[in-house]
Design a protein around this ligand. Structure first.
Ligand SMILES: NC(=O)c1ccc[n+]([C@@H]2O[C@H](COP(=O)([O-])OP(=O)(O)OC[C@H]3O[C@@H](n4cnc5c(N)ncnc54)[C@H](OP(=O)(O)O)[C@@H]3O)[C@@H](O)[C@H]2O)c1
Length: 297
């Protein structure tokens, strides 16, 4: 059993939330996965609920096609949200469940669906007003000791919720997966970025391109961000606006790990290319200020 104290993913992660929309055959998804690995994107982000509980199995089919691939990859999954779904007809409302039983049940389901015997990282998907940290700690310890999960973290947590859980867990929580982009600065304002930087915990950034919103600005604020991204794209000789967004995320000293949500290899390559495209602090601030809509004090 390998113990991990730091997030152990590739610098760019591929997100599988939209996997069932890509309509790829197992062979096509295998080919996409291999192309990701070839450009250094070896980590894949899942959740039990993605695609109404279908995405993990779609990726599991790929791992079954080429079993030796698993050891080149890192797989992240999440648990805790209970969706109303035809798979669970007894549920009448959406709720969260972080009981020992549910975490174990969910992690074991993820392993079965993904056709693997371990997860590299398991995250609690959202903070819950009904969370018992002792139950979570017990479940995490069991999963770690049995070798089923190598590292643990959270998603969408505040610094307070993170610290509260960390106090109860014997292992170090390795990430907080949060929304970060020029269209979502929330975590620069709520103390999360300071907290994670101070604790040397690498954040993962979901929806780094705000789900594609950047490409069609339809508000004054979107247009302002777009204009600055365009200016900087020209200045640094970047090939696309989105690569400047990835560079903005990658430039942050907290070593944020962006999760690319596109199913197209050329768009995944764009994120990888941004690694070679550093921004100056001033360029970083121009994007930040355009996104905030006000000058710094
Ligand atoms: N923890 C959480 O609560 C949470 C929440 C949301 C997401 N996530 C994770 O974060 C990952 C990324 O989120 P996201 O899918 O919203 O990310 P995103 O990268 O912001 O958005 C991807 C979407 O933008 C579209 N798009 C349009 N133009 C694009 C361009 N030039 N380049 C790239 N994409 C473009 C993509 O379409 P094409 O496929 O056609 O390129 C895709 O539908 C998810 O897969 C999931 O793993 C986590």
């Amino acid at each position: 059993m390998e113990k991990q104290n730091r997030l152990n993913t590739s610098r760019i992660v591929h997100g599988h939330w939209r996997l069932n929309e890509w309509n790829l055959s197992p062979q096509q998804l295998l080919s996409l996965t291999q192309q990701c690995v070839d450009v250094g994107v070896t980590s894949f982000d899942h959740a039990d609920i993605y695609g109404n509980y279908s995405c993990e199995s779609l990726f599991g089919n790929v791992l079954n096609l080429q079993k030796e691939l698993r050891h080149q990859l890192q797989i992240i999954s999440k648990c805790g949200i209970k969706l109303v779904s035809d798979h669970y007809p007894e549920r009448t409302i959406k709720s969260y469940d972080y009981s020992y039983q549910h975490i174990i049940y969910s992690a074991e389901n993820s392993l079965r669906h993904l056709r693997t015997d371990y997860l590299d990282v398991l995250l609690l998907h959202r903070p819950s007003p009904f969370l018992n940290p002792n139950e979570v700690a017990k479940a995490f310890s069991h999963l770690l000791e049995s070798g089923k999960v190598r590292a643990f973290g959270v998603s969408n947590f505040s610094p307070q919720s993170f610290e509260m859980l960390q106090k109860h867990c014997p292992m170090r929580l390795v990430t907080n997966q949060i929304e970060i982009s020029p269209w979502c600065l929330e975590h620069f304002d709520n103390g999360n970025m300071d907290f994670l930087s101070g604790e040397k915990i690498q954040p993962m950034a979901w929806s780094p391109l705000a789900g594609g919103r950047f490409s069609q600005p339809n508000s004054a604020s979107d247009q302002r961000i777009y204009n600055v991204l365009r200016e900087i794209m020209v200045e640094i000789g970047a090939t696309s606006i989105e690569s400047v967004v990835y560079s903005w995320i990658l430039a942050h000293p907290a070593e944020i790990v962006p999760i690319v949500g596109s199913g197209k290899i050329e768009r995944i390559r764009t994120a990888v290319e941004a690694l070679q495209q550093p921004l100056t602090p001033e360029q970083w601030f121009r994007i930040f200020i355009a996104a905030k809509g006000t000058d710094l004090l």
